[in-house]
Design a binder for this molecule. Structure first.
Ligand code: FE
Ligand code: FE
Ligand code: ZN
Length: 303
């Protein structure tokens, strides 16, 4: 079973610190943003302690294919403003090069927002953008995994059909894949709570299971279909612990890495302090037993 979480790359030890953080959660896979997801300032690869990170990965049997990069969500390939589109392509080209530099093979990308120009228009621009990214990094094998979205605002990619419409327009099919997110699927209206097998069958029929590169495992604060995208801690949302365990252990996607992106938990006694829930959630998911007390996260963290 591959189970991990998103981890920081911003500490003193950079990518080495990301691996240390993942190991501290007993994770065997991980996802990083190469910088703050809300901005586009990035450090050069030479400053990220990459060889040291690889050495630590080797000792702990974490493969390079267990590392995923998430592109920042503020760049929008579907932006109708040509200058902003060009900036997105330029930035994401560098991000793909960084992904390869970290040794990772998959860059996760939110497809984009059509900004009221219509979904078809967005799909066209996103596919053109991805084709350009592939051309700019020719010879590279790094895969762009477009993430399924909740459908908030004018997001493109809230259905398997929309994702497949993008894939249809991609020239190099070997370098395009998909990232599913249980919270996004639920918020977009897919019944992952009581019908996950059917959802996966539908994914296979519309897109193809071989395109699935990575899975974001999150609970959702919302009822199904509200197109909101608010992640909840595992077992504390509307999807619930039994359904999330079923997703984690589903035989058709057992080979796919599951990444937690659940919210930090703040200490009610001192709300300025908040802690990652991942060690607690990973232990709970591995045991298959729900421990419905988020104070455990704080006890684990504060010792
Ligand atoms: Fe995402
Ligand atoms: Fe996600
Ligand atoms: Zn989300």
């Amino acid at each position: 079973m591959k189970l991990g979480s998103h981890v920081s790359l911003g500490g003193n030890d950079k990518f080495l610190g990301s691996i240390q953080e993942a190991l501290s959660y007993n994770a065997n896979c991980l996802m990083v943003y190469t910088g703050a997801p809300q901005n586009t300032s990035r450090l050069p690869l030479s400053k990220l302690k990459i060889p040291e990170a690889w050495a630590l990965m080797a000792i702990n049997r974490i493969e390079k294919t267990d590392v995923f990069v998430h592109a920042p969500y503020i760049v929008n390939l579907a932006n109708p403003d040509i200058e902003k589109q060009q900036f997105a392509i330029q930035f994401l080209t560098e991000e793909l090069i960084r992904t390869t530099g970290l040794g990772a093979n998959v860059m996760i990308l939110h497809p984009g927002n059509h900004l009221n120009r219509g979904c078809e228009y967005g799909i066209e621009l996103i596919a053109q953008g991805i084709n350009q990214l592939h051309r700019n990094t020719q010879g590279d094998s790094t895969i762009i995994a477009i993430e399924s979205m909740s459908g908030k605002g004018t997001e493109v990619g809230k259905t398997f059909e929309e994702l497949q419409a993008i894939i249809d327009l991609i020239e190099d099919k070997n370098r395009i894949g998909v990232c599913l997110d249980s919270c996004h699927l639920h918020d977009a209206g897919y019944d992952v709570q009581t019908g996950f097998s059917q959802v996966i069958d539908e994914f296979d029929r519309v897109i193809g299971i071989d395109k699935l590169q990575v899975f974001h495992l999150n609970d959702s604060k919302n009822i199904r279909g509200v197109a909101k995208d608010r992640h909840a801690n595992i077992g504390f949302g509307q999807i619930g612990f039994p359904a999330i365990c079923e997703i984690l252990n589903h035989p058709r996607i057992s080979h796919v890495a599951k990444i937690l992106e659940t919210p930090y938990v703040s200490n009610p006694a001192n709300p300025k302090l908040s802690y990652p829930p991942y060690k607690y959630e990973i232990a709970m998911l591995k045991a298959g037993v729900f421990q419905p007390d988020l104070m455990d996260v704080i006890v684990l963290a504060e010792g």
